[in-house]
Unconditional design. Structure first.
Length: 223
């Protein structure tokens, strides 16, 4: 079986022609969903911790709903239903960016909520004692510490997000995995291209995991 494998067709030219654009889109999707997810997730976390039911309940419902549904189903729902609501078609790439941002916000929200709660309450009280408002206390005292505490976890979730970008195959978006798939079909070597794709995903994610681990050690030393 292994003797029948032939990787000779995977030249630099082939990778540039079929895989590079997919890799670029996967990275773009990851970065956009990470930034948008952290911003929206932080807002959701603050809503849940506000102590106001009219803010906490909708935020909790959103987070729990998103975390209870498989991502591939959310991708399909947004891709199929949003065009019906807005009355015009939406590209697979744009739909994927919106979907991943909204979906990942639920996970980033829980990470940020844990980070905010890890900040000693005495610091919040100190902020109020010097005349700061709730928003000022969160912006100047709590959130900077929460981001620092949760940075390794946020980056780990981003690595998982990069892996999940392969699910956009369900709506036909051209990501890294799709690039390898197209190359395999063109050269009639699907097994080889899927094996190489697995190796590429492993190298990228393992390298990023090592960087996160080093960052985590540095943060632990600072503490």
């Amino acid at each position: 079986m292994l003797a029948a494998l032939d990787f000779s067709f995977l030249s630099g030219e082939v990778l540039r022609a079929f895989v590079l654009n997919g890799l670029i889109f996967s990275v773009q999707l990851t970065l956009i969903a990470m930034v948008g997810g952290i911003v929206l997730g932080t807002a959701l976390a603050l809503m849940r911790l506000s102590g106001k039911r009219w803010l906490a309940l909708p935020a909790a419902a959103y987070v729990n709903t998103m975390r209870s549904i498989p991502l591939v189903m959310v991708i399909l729902w947004f891709f199929l239903l949003i065009p019906l609501l807005i009355g015009r078609p939406m590209g697979a790439e744009v739909s994927a960016m919106i979907t991943f941002t909204l979906f990942e916000a639920a996970y980033f929200s829980e990470i940020m909520r844990a980070g905010i709660q890890s900040v000693p309450k005495g610091q919040v009280a100190a902020g109020y004692a010097v005349g700061m408002s709730y928003s000022q206390t969160m912006q100047l005292i709590v959130l900077p510490q929460a981001f620092r505490n949760m940075l390794p976890v946020l980056l780990t979730q981003t690595i998982i997000l990069f892996q999940d970008t392969s699910l956009v195959y369900a709506i036909g978006a051209y990501d890294l995995l799709k690039g390898f798939e197209v190359a395999g079909k063109n050269f009639n070597r699907p097994v080889e291209t899927y094996l190489v794709a697995a190796v590429v995903y492993f190298i990228i994610c393992f390298s990023l995991s090592m960087l996160v681990r080093r960052l985590q050690k540095k943060i632990a030393i600072i503490r």
